[in-house]
Design a binder for this molecule. Sequence first.
Ligand SMILES: Nc1ncnc2c1ncn2[C@@H]1O[C@H](COP(=O)(O)OP(=O)(O)O)[C@@H](O)[C@H]1O
Ligand SMILES: O=P(O)(O)OC[C@H](O)CO
Length: 496
Amino acid sequence: MPHILALDQGTTSSRAIVFDQAGNIVSIAQREFQQFYPKPGWVEHDPLEIWQSQLEVAVEAVAKAGLEVADLAALGITNQRETAIIWDRATGEPIHPAIVWQDRRTADTCDQLRLGGHEARIAERTGLVIDPYFAGTKFAWLLDHVPDARERAARGELAAGTVDTWLVYQLTGGALHITDVTNAGRTQLMDIHRCQWDDQLLALLGVPREVLPEIHSSSEVYATVAKGQPLAGVPIAGMAGDQHAALFGQACFKPGMVKNTYGTGCFALMHTGTEAKPSEHKLLSTLAWQIGGITEYALEGSIFVAGAVVQWLRDQLGIIKSAADIEKLATSVDDTGGVYFVPALAGLGAPHWDPYARGTIVGLTRGTSAAHIARAALEGIGYEVADIVSAMQSDSGLSLSELRVDGGASNNDLLMQMQADLLQAEVVRPAVTETTALGAAYLAGLATGVWSDRGELQAQWQVDKRFGPKIPADLAAERRATWNRAVERAREWALD
Ligand SMILES: Nc1ncnc2c1ncn2[C@@H]1O[C@H](COP(=O)(O)OP(=O)(O)O)[C@@H](O)[C@H]1O
Ligand SMILES: O=P(O)(O)OC[C@H](O)CO
């Protein structure tokens, strides 16, 4: 039976998962790596640690599965998106630590782009809003701040890329400098309609074409792992940013199908078909994937802090010992006692894009307990996701039949019930919640004949649990209206 290895390079850990042909998990290995916060708002990773940890877990997962490397039909790569790395093409030496997607250091550049009146053109070409989140301004920052970088780039000595590109470069011993459309689409440098680097955008953001990788589809045999490496000879056959891979792993193959991943943040994606859909609600219009020459698109709502608010309650307030404890504490009260918690601890992402918003707890009384706050925190995640899903429905004109969920916090049944209540729609948790890695495995397996088509993948997707709305629609609407008042209080809080 063929096996596929998925490399899932996330923001806080590198994971590797071996899947069998039935889409079952055979083994998992995971390693956390260091986060660096050199200045307020800055977040960095060591690119070599990313590579080493990813390689180690890959080797460990294959060994745990009791397999030889020769038993692997292919490997697929999925990764934290928008994180920017530049390295020396000849030596593979990074010129600077990776600038992570959460990093805000290019906020000024973004303000200038906005003041320069470029917002509409950038939105039309890239589907993105102007925000430091994306990789393009980070590449420019690196070229401007590392001594001699621009000169070296002009001489063709430097390679730039997101984490997918970096891993392929390493796996192929420096032979390949490529990316896939989903990752390229998050640089703010690619025209998402043509799936090519856009000269005007490159000039506007100050990133020379010579440093950028070649853009490929999300499912094809790009290369095999180089000789001398532990995974030598394995075809590298699938590549997609983690949220796009999760959409694929959730078998959201048709327009209107939506998945939401509840991790550190939340990322909801709706499949919208073969044309990019512009958003009127500041959602991102993004690639779903490109397979066999056909490009599919999605609308995305990104929330920067979701499960992280549970970590905050654990680490900063100490009202729970582990993240999973929140469910018991929040269930010990029937409601939030009128408390609303806007988890804008790092500003607000979609649909507000307000970097100056701050976490806000309103409605406190003398009767408010830790349990009420815990419950309000979970509900706050549910409201944010509901806001995004409503915006998606309005932008796409497609109505939601169900929300497919995954990620660490999707194991919280109370949160899932709240989500169904607030959305007034069914929330469905699949049996395999490692959908990001599964999506990468599927993309690689489709390119190597392990699976013949999406119908086969669709048939493998199985439900663990369904949650239906238990409160009436008018009550949900009333609560959401009050939530909007709480959001107004959180907005622009940190603006001088
Ligand atoms: N039972 C739970 N209830 C609520 N939040 C949870 C629960 N289990 C994990 N989390 C939260 O989910 C996040 C971890 O999920 P994961 O999918 O591993 O995230 P990531 O891939 O972003 O690191 C953490 O922020 C944690 O606080
Ligand atoms: O590493 P994750 O799972 O938190 O995902 C990060 C996203 O890709 C950022 O856009």
